[in-house]
Write a protein that binds this ligand. Structure first.
Ligand code: GDP
Ligand code: CA
Length: 307
């Protein structure tokens, strides 16, 4: 069975790791969000692709939820002491990857090619594809003004309510090589328990990716990032309340209108399954607290496809 997963960073990476642990790596393709990509200290950082790479390579700091385990911060401390940018946390080990990526991009390499090279060097057999090689960036309209994604998320601690999410470059962004092929080859499409607006949203903002999902011939299963109507981490619940009118399964499903057939929801949301229309709910334990929990959630999502 070939599976393709659309994924953001932290929640997505945990889930992707579960899927790869259940299936074998070569049958799993991951399409990652690049709307969060940011230039820091002159380096091209792709936080969501890197969360997935580190999770699959077994290098992730599972407690912190992002970045690498055994990380140190000397370079960033030095940058700060010298009056350089230090608002975006980049550890020393992580910086090594950003240096290699940035050099390859400046030499004319495409992000997809550079990502494939990094994955290979890290021993990751899963195909990890950025949604697009073109410039696609997420912007948020808030009562305090309009901000690029990382300024809102990291610098301002996502404290501003979001009135609208916009994607710079969405009219022209083309799917990266391999993306449409992975969707076309898939026997099952999975949407990771990622933020629907700022993690999966930018992937679907690539028009040909959305169109490929809309005309799918196989099932598409989304996994909810909410437990009891609350995000495990981050602003997904606040965004859903303001932008979709609530945090019930039907509000989440409304973000994926026409794109999903099944929604995996947590046991804590099992009494609130009204209004899902054609979307079939599956109830599972969705907290990915350890490797077993990740695998069980992946099995629930993979089992959603009729044999
Ligand atoms: P980001 O790019 O790092 O923000 O990561 P994602 O968008 O992929 O993941 C953030 C989402 O993951 C949040 O909305 C969380 O609620 C969700 N999340 C994190 N851990 C878990 C978990 O264990 N279970 C579920 N169901 N969702 C989770
Ligand atoms: Ca992200």
């Amino acid at each position: 069975m070939n599976v393709v997963v659309l994924s953001g960073g932290v929640g997505g990476a945990r889930f992707v790791r579960g899927v790869v642990d259940v299936l074998s790596a070569p049958v799993t393709s991951v399409i990652g969000n690049v709307g969060d990509d940011v230039e820091v200290l002159g380096l091209h950082v792709s936080p969501d692709l890197d969360s997935i790479l580190y999770a699959l390579a077994g290098l992730a700091d599972e407690k912190r939820g992002w970045g690498r385990s055994g990380e140190t911060w000397h370079a960033l401390e030095t940058a700060g002491a010298l009056g350089g940018e230090d608002w975006f946390a980049l550890g020393d080990r992580d910086l090594g990857l950003h240096l290699v990526r940035t050099q390859a991009l400046r030499a004319g390499g495409a992000l997809s090619a550079v990502t494939a090279r990094l994955a290979k060097a890290l021993g990751v057999a899963t195909k990890l594809l950025p949604a697009t090689d073109d410039r696609l960036r997420t912007w948020l309209d808030t009562p305090a003004g309009t901000f690029p994604f990382q300024e809102w998320f990291v610098a301002r601690g996502h404290r501003d309510e979001v009135d609208a999410v916009r994607f710079e470059g969405d009219e022209t962004a083309r799917p990266a090589p391999g993306v449409l092929e992975a969707i076309g080859r898939a026997d099952l499409i999975l949407l990771a328990p990622s933020n629907p607006y700022v993690s999966v949203g930018p992937i679907l903002a690539v028009q040909k990716v959305r169109a490929a999902l809309a005309r799918r011939r196989v099932s598409c299963v989304a996994v909810s990032p909410l437990i009891g109507g609350r995000a495990v981490k981050g602003p997904a619940d606040r965004m859903l309340r303001r932008l979709a009118g609530g945090t019930s399964p039907r509000h989440l499903a409304s973000c994926y209108e026409g794109l999903i057939d099944v929604l995996v929801v947590d046991e804590a949301d099992a009494d609130d399954l009204g209004g899902l229309g054609r979307v079939r709910p599956i109830v599972a334990r969705t907290l990915m607290s350890d490797a077993d929990a990740r695998r069980r959630l992946a099995e629930a999502a993979l089992g959603a496809v009729p044999a």
